[in-house]
Ligand binder design. Structure first.
Ligand code: FAD
Length: 249
């Protein structure tokens, strides 16, 4: 399912009602930043009021733009990190200053700044216990999924998270993830050796070392090359494509 199939239940504006091409007009919400706090050296948690009518499922993303001149057309996808029924809408966003793009601007935002978001979309959803394979900011869909599941069931028994980053300081929300009841966590560092954490990449060797149940569900999110490599390693180990949950192109 792609972003255009999954409009939220937000109400269109009166201007949109009068537009004969209503279905082509994305429903937009303007949000005011209430709080911003660092969760790692380069990643911020942003908190907004949840707009009326903005409904989403854990794991879904939205197209997000800064509501300021020169930036309104620069939409980037970010995933809602808060629970769907919470009063606040939160995002966890990693900044890449060397891109000179939207995330560099987001890293410098101050409360009171405005952003524009559109309908939620995305194919990553909770299908029940399984193995989550995430790299860097690819953890974000699983923040909401794991929080929601934990709130609902009281435990994450049967869920395993294998989370890859360059260095220990890059691990987003490590304390929260480690403390989640029932969740098995494995941290993998590609550029640093730290006692108790895995060194290297998430690849076939690591999957063999950890052991996988090829009949179970695997959730994948990270840079395209990461996802393709890990999906190939899973398939080589007998995992059916239908049991791999990832964002569609
Ligand atoms: C469905 C989905 C959900 C997502 N959710 C989240 C989330 O919740 N949190 C989060 O942090 N991220 C998330 N991401 C990733 C996020 O969308 C990107 O990090 C973001 O779009 C980057 O925007 P940017 O404008 O800073 O840089 P970009 O748009 O990536 O780049 C701007 C320009 O920088 C240049 N550039 C690109 N790559 C490099 C590079 N490696 N080195 C130097 N220059 C470069 C290019 O010229 C490019 O045009 C998500 C992605 C998807 C697909």
């Amino acid at each position: 399912m792609n972003r255009h199939d999954q409009a939220g239940s937000s109400q269109p504006t009166s201007a949109q009602h009068s537009d004969a091409k209503i279905k082509e007009v994305p429903i937009a919400h303007t949000l005011t930043l209430q709080a911003i706090r660092p969760v790692t050296h380069d990643t911020q948690e942003l908190t907004f009021e949840r707009p009326d009518g903005f409904e989403f499922r854990p794991g879904q993303a939205t197209d997000f733009a800064l509501d300021k001149d020169e930036w309104r057309d620069e939409k980037r996808p970010f995933t809602m990190a808060s629970l769907p029924d919470a009063d606040k809408l939160q995002f966890v966003i990693k900044s890449y200053p060397d891109h000179d793009g939207v995330t560099e601007q987001i890293g410098q935002m101050q409360p009171g700044a405005k952003v524009i978001i559109e309908e939620p979309w995305g194919a990553i959803e909770d299908r029940g216990p399984g193995t989550i394979l995430a790299a860097g900011a690819g953890i974000t869909p699983f923040i909401a999924i794991l929080r929601a599941r934990l709130a609902d069931k009281g435990t994450l028994d049967g869920y395993r998270l294998i989370f890859s980053n360059s260095c220990e300081k890059d691990i987003i929300l490590r304390d929260e993830l480690t403390a989640m009841d029932g969740l098995e966590t494995r941290f993998v560092l590609s550029d640093e050796e730290v006692e108790g954490l895995h060194h290297g990449k998430i690849n076939g060797d690591l999957l063999d070392q950890l052991g996988i149940d090829a009949e179970s569900t695997f959730y994948l999110c990270g840079p395209p090359e990461f996802e393709d490599d890990v999906a190939s390693a899973l398939k080589e180990r007998g995992v059916d494509e239908d049991n791999i949950v990832r964002e569609e192109d």
